[in-house]
Design a protein around this ligand. Structure first.
Ligand code: MN
Length: 273
């Protein structure tokens, strides 16, 4: 395997652990990345809690969510979420599916999450809902069939995320760092929206403010800074993925380097709002 793909797998493991450390992921949920050299494949962990994922857990899948190599390990049941979104959205290079406590009240009540502070604009002006029941009746609510994944991707449309009734959310990004930043700030926005409600009517950002703030939130200098900050917090918690070939003293620096810019990082930036 080329060294750069090894590093990409490390970065995917790191993103999973970072989002677990920030309370977006728990025992469940997952982060994937489109393969940097082959847009018809994506990288996703074997079935494992995100906070434990290592680079060696990251496997390759086709966009039909079939593993490229016959697996000897268990796979995530909901991986069609990733494959179907990569098929539907050429501009997307990273996907996170989660059940974060911050968004669940909105997913249960069916109340929209709207941008209420500048960093919350990372989610865009509106986030659509997808209710699995509408098309598929009674299910166990897991998104496991290709037709369920395609339905979810249709509901996502051109948006930054889709809220899944009684289940959770799926967030997309133009690169891994934008995705992580968006997923975390979307949860913070949901928390602030809920906490502001007892104080009275909650005014939202205007569409213009959302567009302007959302654009600046996705700039590399912003997402590099947030990536370094959340990496430092993960390191302090003792949670960095093992990187046997490099000394631990250089771990934060290595984890935050931009050695392998993802596909479409410059060209497609900002198109996922
Ligand atoms: Mn799920």
């Amino acid at each position: 395997m080329p060294t750069d793909l090894a590093d990409v797998r490390y970065q995917v493991a790191l993103a999973n652990r970072m989002l677990a450390n920030e309370g977006v992921l728990d025992a469940f949920g997952h982060v994937s990345m489109r393969h940097p050299a082959d847009p018809d494949r994506y990288l996703l962990s074997r079935s494992r809690s995100p906070g434990l994922i290592e680079a060696s857990d990251i496997l390759e899948f086709t966009l039909d969510s079939d593993p490229v190599e016959k697996p000897s390990v268990r796979l995530y049941a909901e991986r069609v979420i990733h494959g179907c979104i990569y098929q539907a959205r050429p501009d997307v290079t990273a996907v996170c599916h989660h059940h974060a406590p911050a968004v669940m009240p909105f997913c249960i009540a069916g109340v929209p999450i709207v941008p209420v502070f500048h960093l919350g604009a990372a989610g865009g002006e509106t986030l659509p809902f997808w209710n699995q029941r509408d098309e598929f009746g009674d299910t166990n609510l897991l998104v496991v069939k290709p037709e369920e994944g395609r339905s979810l991707a249709r509901a996502l449309g051109p948006h930054a995320a889709v809220l899944m009734n009684h289940h959770g959310a799926t967030v997309v990004g133009g690169d891994l760092r934008e995705l992580v930043s968006r997923a975390i700030f979307m949860c913070q926005n949901a928390e602030y929206q809920l906490r502001a409600q007892p104080l009275g009517k909650v005014p939202t950002l205007t569409p213009g403010e959302t567009r302007l703030a959302g654009t600046i939130n996705a700039m590399p200098n912003v997402t590099d800074r947030t990536w370094e900050y959340w990496t430092l917090r993960l390191d302090k918690a003792g949670g960095l993925p093992p990187r046997p070939s490099r000394p631990r003293a250089a771990s934060v620096k290595a984890a935050t380097s931009r050695k392998t810019p993802s596909r479409g990082q410059k060209k497609e930036r900002g198109r996922t709002r």
